[in-house]
Structure formats: C-alpha cells, structure tokens
Design a protein around this ligand. Structure first.
Ligand SMILES: C[S@@+](CC[C@H](N)C(=O)[O-])C[C@H]1O[C@@H](n2cnc3c(N)ncnc32)[C@H](O)[C@@H]1O
Length: 229
C-alpha cells in the first residue's frame, strides 16, 4: 500500500491539518513521538508549524519510512526509526506520544462508547506494546490516541482518478479490512489487515496497569487524551 498511501490519505481519508490543530492545542511540548508514523504526513505538518519541536517517528514498515525520510529530509529535528512497537526501545522518554490510525486508535460511533482498534491482532502483543509505550512516556506525559468514525464499505474516485474501495468483515476478535485500489479495471493495490478491538473499559484497564489514565476527549475531537501519573 506504501506506494499509494499518500494519494489515498490526502484524498479526504484523514484531515491532517485538523489532526495537527488538535495535537498542538496541548500544553507546551518539547519532544514528541508518533507511533506508526507511516509516510510522515502528520510529522511534516507539525514541523512546518513548530520547527523547533523535537519529533520522532517510528513505524514497522520500511517502505513507509522511506517515503517519510524523503518527505522530511529538510527537517533536522525529525528522527525516524524502523521499530516494532511491541519491542521498541529508544532509551528516551517523551512529553507526548500519539498515534493516529497507527497502531492503536479509537472509533466513536454516534452516542456509543468508544472502542479501541489495534493493528496487533494478538492480545499478548498488545500487552507488550503498551508496556513499551508506557516506558517511553515521561512522568505526567500525555498519550493521545486518534479518534475515527465507524468503518464501513465504500468505493470512491480519488484525486489521481483511481478507484479506492474498502470492505469490512467482522470477526470474533474485531474486524478484517480489505483495502483495494483500481486503475480502471486493473487492480494496482490490495491489502487485508486483521484488526483487534477492545471495549473502552478493556482499553482503560490495559493502560491503567501502567498508570496511564483517561483524561478527556480533546477539543478538536481528533484524540482521546490519557496521562501517565
Ligand atoms: C494507517 S497508517 C497511519 C500512518 C500515519 N499515522 C498517518 O496518519 O498517515 C498505520 C501505520 O502503522 C504502522 N504499524 C502497524 N503495526 C505496527 C507495529 N507493530 N509497530 C509499528 N508500526 C506499526 C504501519 O506500518 C502503518 O504505517
């Protein structure tokens, strides 16, 4: 998906300026880490507005990081690192860790309680990943996990004229999402991801064991905010 990620995402899939408005509405921040930074679209938007902020992005997928490195080469304050969140160890703690559509995020569907979605289908991997994440947060550090609307099946033409389609299949542990891209009738990209979901209470318990507690939904409505005590 890496080769087509930017064109799909910037065709209205995510609202990057809105995401960064929300991120920067928090108290003064010195260093920030993005978990699952992908091609660096959020990091670039932050760096344009806050050139002196120290930013770090980690991602599992080298092909995504290669695009991020190209995009961000003019920003000396941004470091990228290929890491699996399950066992990453950067020997550094951060004021803010955030993930937007990265490894963990929340879905809010109308009045229903938020539920957490994870790219890690295995429960033990989630436990390990959250433990590593907690180790990288400073005392009083904030964890911001992105909010998305409910996933549903659709197809649409994106800005390069290709047709993006997604299909959701519910499973015992969460859901499977099939992503596809066609150029006319020719399939140019297909990806299937197996997501695990957790109720809001389960997510709070998994974070709570590390002293990371829920604080609030942020004003921009893009993140749920947690804080490490
Ligand atoms: C939907 S993309 C989001 C990228 C970026 N946050 C954005 O808003 O454009 C999800 C990213 O999470 C990364 N990811 C998935 N599992 C991961 C893991 N175990 N450790 C680190 N990154 C992971 C993927 O490689 C992918 O780049």
């Amino acid at each position: 998906m890496s080769a087509y990620y930017d064109v799909i995402m910037t065709s209205g899939y995510y609202d990057y300026p809105g995401i960064v408005d929300s991120l920067l509405s928090h108290p003064p921040i010195q260093n920030v880490i993005e978990i699952g930074c992908g091609t660096g679209l959020i990091l670039e938007e932050i760096a344009k507005r806050e050139p002196s902020m120290r930013l770090k992005g980690i991602d599992l997928t080298q092909a995504m990081l290669d695009i991020a490195a190209h995009r961000l080469h003019g920003y000396p304050n941004i470091e990228l690192s290929q890491q699996n969140v399950v066992d990453f160890d950067l020997q550094e703690q951060f004021d803010v860790a955030y993930s937007y559509g990265g490894v963990w995020y929340f879905v809010i569907d109308g009045e229903q309680e938020p539920f957490m979605v994870s790219h890690l289908a295995d429960h033990d991997m989630n436990v390990k990943g959250l433990q590593q994440l907690s180790k990288h947060l400073k005392h009083q550090g904030q964890l911001l996990l992105g909010i998305q609307g409910p996933h549903f099946d659709y197809e649409k033409t994106i800005s390069n004229g290709m047709t993006y389609a997604q299909e959701i299949v519910h499973t015992d542990i969460g859901f499977i999402k099939h992503y596809g891209l066609k150029d006319g009738h020719r399939e140019v990209m297909a990806l299937t991801v197996n997501y695990r979901t957790y109720s809001f209470q389960e997510a709070q318990e998994m974070l709570g064991v590390h002293g990371i507690d829920y604080v609030s939904k942020d004003l921009g409505g893009k993140f749920l905010r947690f804080q490490k005590s």
